[in-house]
Design a protein around this ligand. Structure first.
Ligand code: BES
Ligand code: MN
Ligand code: ZN
Length: 501
């Protein structure tokens, strides 16, 4: 869905639908809903009495109203749940529910922001824009039924407060749009989204902004650089790998000596390789590039909102395939930093991809590293579809990422690193092995593995295996199966906070 966002006073804009939040219980109506009810001579409170208007989160009642004073024929009463539980996520959920309930007739939706809710108006603005755009996303781009899956809509935010809401509204619109582009990448089938195709998307973004430069290294360049770890994962595939490098030079950087280094795992299809995965749900492994996809689109977002922080992105894009040329359990690889790795399981490929990408990002001048990867199934088992797991070698850096996650809606929960986990990946033959036969602590030991390749300085790792790609709806504003764009909003928020903006 393409959305144009405007801010207006209640009397100013014509709309197909006016949306207003309704707290549970709805009787008596409060805030803007009560205000609207007065303007409609009690039409709404009568519907509350009849049980048609509820207030339960995610419930939307669309009613037709007779109104002289109201520039719309319909009102969407959007349940936001109990007052004490209202936060940005609940408002996103309510806005997403309105977007879906009004899809067929709501070309223009006017949302009444509400002083009566405990959330500041700029935050409400952001939540309603995100909920509308992310909640209205349709992943069925490959259906041939002729219906328009990217309709353009107008979202008008009504407020009689004096805040400047146009800026947060436009910013949220842009960031949500980049987030939906990251979802498109995750949802693209693996026969379309090859490593080359992802690199082409990065170049396409680079062409939109003079502040962005994009290059993509191929297998020969990777070999010359000594990237034996990433190279091994890629060698079993007929589709050649790409190391996508994007550099963002901020127009006037707020922090001279800081370069945000974003690293992404982009395994465009993970079969497990010779350590083949079972068939059930293997199709979802097209989403194994979601970390890299989020990093690519987030770089576009940083350039688009002219974030005053310099950033470099390094995305390792490859397939993980079995075949005559594939790497094997038992192989010993030499990574770009010279360390050797015994392969135990070819399905633990993500950490091998990241090893060379992290080291390269540091070499290219990243001062603060953050990697995003759908790295371990156990992370999804532990945290489900809401939180991603965070591992950090620096407390301050870790805390900044948790805070940016909370503020952005991309939630993050910190897990431990500890040197005594290192023995899990001790190898008899090489410096380390890529997986343990112990079925314990797999997200932690994956993180301990990555730590070997992060060089000097703060680094954090987000294992996004749970929230990046849904097998089932989450039931909030992210209702769709497939990619969620997890990380795009967090990265922009983090970069903004680093700049002090
Ligand atoms: N891409 C998978 C992890 C994954 C699983 C992401 C399910 C999202 C949903 C990763 O490459 C993988 O296969 N990890 C293995 C590692 C193991 C072999 C040590 C895992 O977690 O099972
Ligand atoms: Mn794997
Ligand atoms: Zn994988």
């Amino acid at each position: 869905m393409q959305v144009a966002v405007e801010v207006a006073r209640p009397e100013a804009a014509e709309a197909d639908v006016v949306a207003v939040p309704v707290v549970d219980p709805p009787s008596p109506l409060a805030g803007q809903a009560a205000e609207l009810d007065r303007r409609l001579d009690g039409q709404l409170s009568r519907l509350v009495d009849e049980g048609e208007i509820r207030g339960r989160l995610d419930h939307v009642a669309v009613v037709h109203v007779n109104a002289d004073g109201l520039p719309a024929r319909r009102v969407a009463l959007a349940g936001v749940g109990p007052r004490e539980a209202i936060d940005a996520d609940t408002l996103r959920t309510a806005a997403g529910a309105v977007a879906r309930a009004t899809r067929d007739f709501g070309r223009t939706v006017a949302w009444m922001l509400d002083d009566d809710l405990a959330l500041p108006l700029p935050e409400q603005t952001r939540a309603v824009v995100e909920g509308t755009m992310l909640g209205g996303y349709d992943p069925g781009l490959w259906k041939t039924d002729g219906s328009d899956r990217r309709p353009s809509r107008r979202l008008v935010l009504w407020s009689d407060g004096d805040f400047d809401l146009a800026r947060p509204a436009e910013r949220a619109r842009r960031v949500a749009d980049w987030t939906n582009r990251a979802r498109d990448l995750s949802n693209m089938p693996p026969n379309e989204l090859t490593p080359e195709r992802l690199a082409a998307r990065a170049s396409e973004i680079g062409e939109q902004f003079h502040t962005l430069t994009v290059e993509a290294l191929g297998p020969d360049e990777m070999r010359e650089l000594g990237m034996g770890s990433l190279g091994a994962v890629a060698q079993g595939s007929h589709n050649p790998p790409r190391l996508i490098v994007m550099r963002y030079e901020a127009p006037s950087p707020a922090r001279d000596n800081l370069v945000l280094g974003l690293v992404g795992k982009a395994v465009t299809f993970d079969t497990g390789g010779i350590s083949l995965k079972p068939a059930l749900y293997m199709e979802d492994m097209k989403g194994d590039m979601s970390g890299g996809g989020a990093v690519v689109e987030a770089m576009g977002a940083l350039a688009d909102v002219e974030c005053p922080i310099n950033a470099i992105a390094v995305v390792g894009a490859t397939e993980n395939m079995p075949g005559g040329g594939a790497y094997r359990p038992g192989d010993i690889l030499t990574a770009m930093n010279g360390k050797t790795i015994e392969v135990i399981n070819t399905d633990a490929e993500g950490r091998l991809v990241l090893a060379d990408a992290l080291w390269y990002a540091r070499q290219q001048g990243a001062t603060h590293l953050l990697d995003l990867a759908t790295l371990t199934g156990a992370m999804e088992l532990a945290l489900g579809d809401l939180y991603s797991g965070l591992f950090a070698n620096d407390d301050e850096w870790g805390e900044q990422i948790v805070a940016a996650g909370e503020a952005s809606g991309d939630h993050v929960w910190r897990f431990p690193l500890h040197p005594r986990y290192r023995r899990y990946i001790d190898s008899h033959f090489a410096d380390m092995k890529n997986s343990s036969i112990l079925r314990q602590g797999s997200p932690v030991l994956a993180a301990e593995f990555l730590r070997e390749f992060t060089g000097e300085g703060p680094w954090a790792h987000l294992d996004i295996a749970g929230p990046a790609f849904f097998r089932y709806s989450r039931g909030d504003y992210l209702t769709q199966r497939g990619g969620t764009g997890f990380g795009v909003r967090l990265i922009v928020e983090l970069a903004d906070r680093l700049s002090g903006r």
